[in-house]
Design a protein. Structure first.
Lengths: 266, 166, 791
């Protein structure tokens, strides 16, 4: 990789200051999205600002009817959080399915969503639950956050500090693993919270995570796999690669949505 | 060049490194601990797995500078020189869980993390799922799976239980 | 059987260093003043090089030199070669194009080396390599092997990009047999291209000693002596006696580390130029771009049958993609290692095979675990399976009906099978796999919405390569014997120097088992020395499942000589006639008396030489043997794969794997089972997961492990492994070889099982979930139909 300067601020304010002074700098969270890209010399940040020493950025907390997860919380810690497993095990299963155990030991929620890899798992959960992304500057609704492949609503100097998830009684994540990379070839997160029904899909769309409005509409009558029996989505706009054709991905969206619904309503 | 210091296999070490130095480079090139290997460049193969503060990580996807002050354990640190092997090392030998040996250090370090997370009584399905981050091209995994189950059990029965907890 | 002798599952000697992190692989070796080589590689599949400007790179920190193909030519460094001559049907020799270690004016695949930067550190080298400015004029690339013949010519020597058009067998007799057939089964087969991916990437470290004019190369080689021979005699780097090649611990090879590659040549050359040691270690991306790939055939195959389901003839036409250059043994793989096995385990009166080998703008293709034999087995076992299905016959019964049952058996394609019992391995495999209960299991699966399938693969391979005279007559540039030197020390401990080399096979253990049993000395008192041309005089290396059958036979021969000599020493010590000395369990006795001498005493006496005069017996106890086998060996067996297909997603899960193999004599069953496991994993990988893909421009789509699917633990089941045994009559130990069986057998077993499950033959490897789902869409499956196995 190209060389860079390395910084370890101890507060978010310091980190933001460093970002402001180094326009080509990048935030380093778990490093499991950024470092592989840098090793391939596909990114050349002038500085890395490691958030490891910033206090108060980890942990899973229950706040009213929401679960709040610190941006530097590692996937393994979230997946095994007693608080989360009690409040909403469906959400715990998402970081529990990321990458492999060693990646889960290091990768973080903040890093994952800031990167917005079109095949990452977390974006499906955020969009599928209507989460709120909390930064050092503002709160952003998940519906507004993911703006396309590797692209988010984050502005310069903005650092994700927390993510708040409303607790849904009925929710589940189903993932069809990419056989080589372990990312989601297709991942579907479904949830029902009162009248708010969400079906969010990652891995399939060439523009990143998206909601399936047709499924959501159909599920309003009854939140059950039967309600979307036989339904699928158009293959246009689906990713196409050697592991899955657009038609196959579109088909999997239906299959996985039904399986997630079965799990959520079991 | 920035300085870094950490504890590796119980010994305090330090060095001046370029910021871009990966932990695996620091271990192999600066410390000459060549038991930790590199088998890919996309964080897939797991030949480089070591423990950072007791937790398995891929040293090819970690900067040396991220480990300032950390306790690192590598394959070389599992058994005292001249002392008995760690039960997991012994289990790999006893069950022919290795052929060319290149993935083996990473496999053993990953196996210890499986025990840390899942305990000493491991079924085949759990082991296979939890080995997702380690690739072996020689063994077809059959004997690795057997070795990890046996090693985990042996760790529960004695010395290894203490070592794994550390 | 002793606890450490032949047949014992002895734990491996080599393991201690590997499980403690003390292995010494090439990249672990460092030399004082070591520098790093970083290659500038072509981003184009096919282009001419208009100019190379290295001025900026040369001025960067840490850079010692930037060298190009022009420098290589100036220094008269020769080309890499392919060492097996194949002649076309018309008698013309194969068209071997020049393969310089650094491109000379033209690049022929993405990743082709154009220049090399020698720098103090790897990072500095990479920084500088990016600044080497190469101007290319792109040419139309030829990627698809089917279109190779009609595409833009890649090499001047090879019109129509054709390397050879070769054939084997009797075309006319085969055609006549087809004319009489009652039924003909036809298949179009793609044998997918694979990346070998030994987990240790290739590496080379070269050092030049100006004082002695001696070059030393540490490299990741399966056959260091052949590397030295080629680099000395053909590349012309240095005279053979001024070049030492050391292959230390090697982290897997699977064929890919047999060959002589540009990088090791360049490191040697550069080390002499910069007068510093030069190291290169591939990263995985580089490995995908430069390690010789495997397979990559397309074949049209036909099987002619009579009204009783008896096979009359087999006919195949194959196009083999050899990539951009002819790698070291590439020409032999789709010819003599492939078409010679098209008889499989079956009595097939006529066989005719044509093979067209072509150049494309892709990485060179050469031997990969099995090398030609997996391709042959796949053709035969898919044909046989489909023929049985088309005739409505039980596939096992159909196989039995056509098995070769008496030996020796001369096939129409060169090979003379010397022994085997194919019915025995099929029967045993069917028992272990509980084929009888399959129908019930299939119905059970159907109840859960899954399709269950069962597939056989009754494979045969020709191993123990090979009789030198035979392969010489077929075009091999070398003999394929093996050497052994047994050194008995004065204290009685033994060192065996072998020309075989190990990269995971456990030779340090199995070879020691043989010596321990033969000499009756403790296993611990034997050590195996290999992988260093300064220690071992010559050897052919390890590939083609040859180290047991050929390498160990050489050790046996040397041990015979040791015994003869030791008996002479003992006869002097015991004052008895040489003919009266008996040797058993490490003790020399005089027949009919109680006089004896222990092994260690005789060893010591051989060296102190107090008991005999130099005129009658030379001091010392060291013997050498070069063993040349009399025939190939023919390991064979039957694998049965049982699997379930999720009809909604196409995801396939192997639920049961049975392997019954006949490897002849087995020295260490633990190690043999391990070899079978690993082979099956690679075969399953080929069938379900792996496949090298290039886009139309010749860019490697599967250029990392993020895209190329390596088999992982959760992709595979545990394996049920059994054996049957018929000894090979062709070597003193009766061994046949086991290293490739799994990779040879597995792909057909998997594909026969999936096609059985989904009721369609229209499925190519790798049978990914997407591919299986698509096949199901094309051909809606039968609802839990009664399987042909049970009919």
């Amino acid at each position: 990789m190209y060389n860079f300067t390395f910084h370890r601020p101890t507060t978010v304010r310091q980190a933001a200051g460093l970002l402001a002074r180094n326009p080509e700098a990048k935030i380093l969270a778990g490093g499991h999205s950024l470092l592989p890209v840098m090793k391939q010399r596909l990114a050349q940040p002038s500085a890395l600002i490691d958030l490891a020493l910033v206090e108060g950025m980890t942990g899973v907390e229950l706040k009213g009817r929401s679960v709040v997860i610190g941006a530097m919380s590692r996937h393994a810690d979230v997946a095994n959080s007693a608080v989360l497993l009690e409040a909403m095990p469906a959400l715990a299963s998402v970081p529990g399915s990321v990458g492999d155990p060693q990646v889960r030991n290091r990768g973080t929620i903040g890093g994952s969503i800031a990167n917005n890899d079109p095949n990452a798992d977390y974006p499906a959960a955020l969009l599928g639950l209507g989460a709120t992304i909390i930064t050092n500057k503002r709160r952003i609704a998940a519906d507004d956050f993911f703006t396309g492949m590797f692209s988010t609503a984050l502005e310069e100097g903005e650092i994700i500090t927390k993510v708040s998830f409303p607790i849904a009684k009925k929710a589940a994540y189903e993932k069809f693993k990419h056989p080589a990379s372990g990312f989601a070839l297709v991942g579907v997160f479904v949830s029902k919270r009162g009248p708010d029904i969400r079906v969010a899909v990652t891995g399939a769309g060439s523009n990143g995570v998206f909601r399936v409005k047709s499924f959501e509409e159909a599920l309003k009558k009854r939140f059950s796999p039967k309600s979307i029996e036989g339904m699928t989505i158009p293959a246009t706009g689906m990713n196409n690669d050697i592991h899955a054709s657009p038609e196959y991905r579109a088909h999997l969206v239906g299959v996985l949505a039904r399986r997630a619904l079965a799990k959520a309503t079991a | 060049m920035p300085a870094v210091s950490m504890t590796v296999n119980g010994k305090a070490v330090s060095g001046d490194v370029e910021a871009r130095t990966l932990l695996v480079q620091f271990l192999r090139e600066n410390l000459r601990l060549t038991g930790t290997h590199v088998g890919c460049d996309t964080s897939q193969c797991g030949a480089c797995v070591i423990h950072i503060d007791g937790i398995a990580a891929k040293s090819c996807t970690t900067l040396a500078l991220q480990c300032e002050g950390a306790k690192i354990t590598t394959i070389e640190g599992l058994a005292e020189p001249g002392g008995p092997l760690h039960p997991m090392q012994e289990a790999f030998r006893e069950n022919h869980g290795l052929q060319c040996g290149y993935c083996t250090p990473g496999m053993i370090m990953a196996a210890l993390d499986i025990v840390r997370r899942n305990g000493n009584d491991l079924d085949e399905h759990t082991i296979r799922e939890q080995l997702d981050g380690n690739i072996c091209r020689c063994t077809g995994y059959h004997n690795i799976v057997k070795a990890i189950a046996a090693g985990a059990k042996a760790m529960g029965q004695g010395e290894g239980a203490r070592q794994a907890a550390e | 059987m002793s606890a450490t002798g032949i047949g014992a599952a002895v734990r491996r000697k080599e393991d201690f260093r590997f499980i403690t992190g003390k292995g010494q692989y090439t990249d672990d070796v460092t030399r004082p003043g070591e520098t790093r080589a970083v290659f500038v590689r072509s981003p184009h599949a096919h282009a001419t090089i208009k100019s190379i400007d290295a001025s900026e790179a040369k001025s960067m920190p840490g850079v010692l030199a930037v060298l190009t193909g022009a420098d290589l030519a100036n220094d008269k460094i020769g080309n890499l070669i392919c060492g097996w001559m194949i002649h076309s049907k018309d008698g013309s020799p194969m068209k071997m194009a020049p393969h310089p270690a650094l491109a000379a004016g033209k690049v022929n695949h993405v990743g082709d080396a154009v220049a090399v930067v020698i720098a103090a550190t790897q990072a500095q080298g990479r920084d500088a390599a990016e600044k080497v400015n190469v101007e290319y004029e792109p040419l139309t690339p030829i990627i698809d092997l089917v279109k190779a013949k009609s595409g833009q010519q890649i090499h001047e020597i090879a019109p129509n990009n054709t390397i050879y058009e070769w054939s084997l067998g009797d075309a006319k007799a085969t055609e006549a047999a087809f004319a009489k057939a009652k039924h003909v089964t036809q298949l179009d087969i793609v044998n997918n291209r694979l990346a070998p991916n030994a987990i240790e990437p290739r590496a080379a470290l070269a050092e030049y000693d100006a004082g002695t004019d001696q070059l030393t190369l540490w490299n990741t080689s399966q056959n260091p002596h052949v590397a030295r021979l080629v680099i000395a005699a053909f590349v012309g780097m240095a005279p053979e006696h001024k070049l030492r090649v050391i292959a230390p611990d090697v982290g897997g090879g699977f064929g890919s580390k047999i060959f002589i590659y540009p990088e090791e040549v360049v490191c040697l050359w550069a080390a002499r130029k910069v007068q510093r040691p030069v190291k290169w270690t591939a990263d995985r991306s580089e490995a995908f771009l430069t390690d010789a790939h495997g397979r990559d055939h397309i074949t049209h195959a036909e099987l002619a049958l009579d009204e009783h389901g008896k096979i009359l003839a087999l006919r195949a036409h194959t196009i083999a993609n050899l990539g951009a250059y002819m790698s070291t043994f590439s020409s032999s793989v789709p010819t003599y290692l492939y078409a010679t096995l098209l008889s499989g385990q079956y009595d097939i009166p006529q066989i005719y095979c044509e093979v067209d080998a072509v150049y494309t703008n892709t990485v060179p293709v050469d031997a990969y675990r099995g090398a030609g034999r997996p391709e042959a087995t796949f053709v035969v076992e898919r044909l046989v399976e489909v023929a049985a299905r088309e005739l409505g016959l039980d596939p096992a019964e159909f196989r039995k009906r056509n098995f070769i049952k008496s030996f020796p058996h001369q096939t129409p394609v060169i090979m003379a099978y010397d022994g085997g019992d194919y019915g025995a391995s099929l029967k045993k495999a069917m028992e272990i796999a509980d084929v009888k209960g399959f129908n019930k299991r299939r119905r059970e699966s159907a109840r859960h919405g899954k399709l269950r399938g069962l597939g056989y693969s009754a494979y045969i391979e020709a191993c123990g390569i090979a009789p030198s005279q035979a392969v010489g007559s077929l075009g091999a540039g070398v003999g394929l014997w093996e050497s052994a030197e047994v050194r008995v020390n004065p204290t009685g401990s033994v060192e065996v120097l072998t020309g075989s080399h190990a990269h995971g096979q456990g030779h340090e253990t199995t070879f020691a088992q043989l010596v321990s049993e033969r000499l009756g000395i403790p296993f611990e008192n034997v050590s195996i020395v290999h992988g260093d041309t300064d220690k071992v005089q010559f050897g052919m290396g390890t590939y083609g499942s040859r180290s047991g059958a050929v390498g160990m036979s050489a050790i046996v021969k040397a041990l015979d000589k040791i015994e003869t000599k030791a008996k002479k020493v003992a006869s002097h010590m015991l004052e008895a006639a040489e003919g009266d000395i008996e040797f058993k369990d490490g003790k020399f006795t005089v027949a009919g008396t109680d006089k004896s001498a222990a092994w260690a005493d005789v060893s010591l006496n051989a060296y102190i030489a107090h008991k005999f005069a130099g005129q009658e017996l030379e001091p010392g106890l060291k013997e050498t043997s070069f063993y040349d086998p009399t025939n190939f060996t023919f390991p064979a067996g039957c694998h049965i794969c049982e699997l379930e297909v999720d009809t909604e997603t196409g995801k396939t899960e192997i639920v049961k794997w049975t392997a019954v193999d006949d490897f002849g004599t087995i020295i260490n069953p633990m190690i043999v089972e391990g070899q079978v496991h690993g082979g099956i994993a690679q075969g399953v990988g080929q069938a379900m997961l792996e496949g090298v893909v290039y886009d139309k421009d010749g860019q490697l789509v599967t250029g990392s492990m993020m895209d190329y699917t390596m088999p992982r633990a959760h992709d595979l089941p545990s394996f049920n492994v059994g054996t049957t045994e018929t000894k090979s009559p062709s070597n003193p130990l009766g061994m046949k070889g086991c290293g490739e069986a799994g990779a040879i057998a597995a792909p057909a077993a998997v594909m026969n099982a999936i096609t059985d499950a989904i009721g369609s033959e229209q499925l190519a490897m790798p049978a990914t979930a997407n591919a299986v789902w698509s096949a199901l869409q094309r051909n809606k499956p039968p609802q839990a139909a009664i399987p042909p196995q049970a009919a």
